[in-house]
Design a protein around this ligand. Sequence first.
Ligand SMILES: [Zn+2]
Length: 367
Amino acid sequence: MDKRIINEFIQLVKLAAPSKNERKVADYVIKKLSNLGYEIYEDEAGKAIDGNTGNIICKINGDPSLDKIMLMAHMDCVLPCEGIKPIIGEVYIESDKTTILGSDDLSGVAVMLEIATSRANNEINAGDIYLVFTVSEEIGLLGAKELDLSKIDVDYAYVLDSGGEIGTASISAPSHITFNITITGKAAHAGMEPENGINAIVVASKAIAKMTIGRIDEETTCNIGIIKGGLARNIVCESVFIEGEVRSRDENKLKNTYETIIKIFKETAKENEATIEIEMIREYSSFLIEEDAAVLLKFKKACEVAKMPFTTEHGGGGSDTNIVCTKGIKALNISTGMEKVHSVNERIKIDDLYKTAYLLKNIVSLP
Ligand SMILES: [Zn+2]
C-alpha cells in the first residue's frame, strides 16, 4: 500500500481543533470528498450546539448486492490540540509532547477518506457506504445526538474510535448518568454562634461517607468528581455543590445505584436540617451487540480474510456508538490503534493506519 493514508493523517492532525471548532478539519474533508466526485451534506448540528461546524455526511453509491454500511468518526479533539507537530518515527507517529497527537479520532477520519479514495479509484468494490463525520464527540457526543439517522439507510455501522490491537471491537458500553447536588445549610459566625449554623460541608461528608464509590461491580461504577463549597474559615459553611456520575451496562443497576445515592443525600440532609437540590442528566444509554449480529459476523469475517486476530471487549466509556445504537442502527466501536489518548503521550503505529484501512476495505467489499 502506498503512503496515501499516512499523508492524509498528517494533513488532518495539523488542522486539529477542539470541540465546537472543527471547521478546518470539516473543510478539508469536504474538499477532499468533492474532489473525488461525491456529494456532501452538512447538517444543522453546528447551530444546534453553538459550534462552528455541523456533522458531515457523504453517501457513496455502490453495488446493491452488498451490505449498506455506515462508517463514522469524530472530527473534534481534546485539548491541547492546536498547532500539532506530528513526528513520524520508525514505528510510531507521535506529537512533540506539547500537544496531543489527534489520532483520537483523526485516525478514523483518515481511514474513512482512504476508503472514499479507494472507492473513487475503483480499487475496491463495495455496497452503499455512508461516511459520517461528527462534531463535539469529546464534550458529550453532541454531534451524534443531533444526527438525523432516518435519512441514512444502512444495514449496520462501524465507529472508528477506539484503541487496542487492530481487529478489536467493543461490543458494549455502559449507560452514563451525571448528577449535580447542592446542599444548603445555614451560615453563622464560626466563633460567636456556631450552634446557630448548619454546616453543609459536614452534611456532605456524612452523606459521602455512607456511599459506595468507585467500582460497584463488574459492570457498574460510581464517582464523586467535584466538590465545592464554603466562603471563609470563620463562617459555618452554608452551601456545598457536588458533581458525580454513575455508569453501568445494566439499566437496573444504573437505576439502583443512582437511587441509592439520592436516598442517602436526601436522608442525611433531612437528619441535619439542611435542604437539597438535585439535577440528573442521562448522557447516553448502553448498548450490547449480540454474538450473531450481522455487524459482528461481518467484522469477524473481515478479520479472518485480513489475517488479523479478532477480539471483542466490553467498553467502559461512551462514544458515538452509544447514540447510533440507541437510534436503532447496530454498531461496533472498532480500534484504529490509537494509544495513550487524551494525553501528550498519544501515539499511533504507522502500520496500524495501514492495517485499519486494509481491514475496512475488506469489511465494505466482502459479501
Ligand atoms: Zn474519540
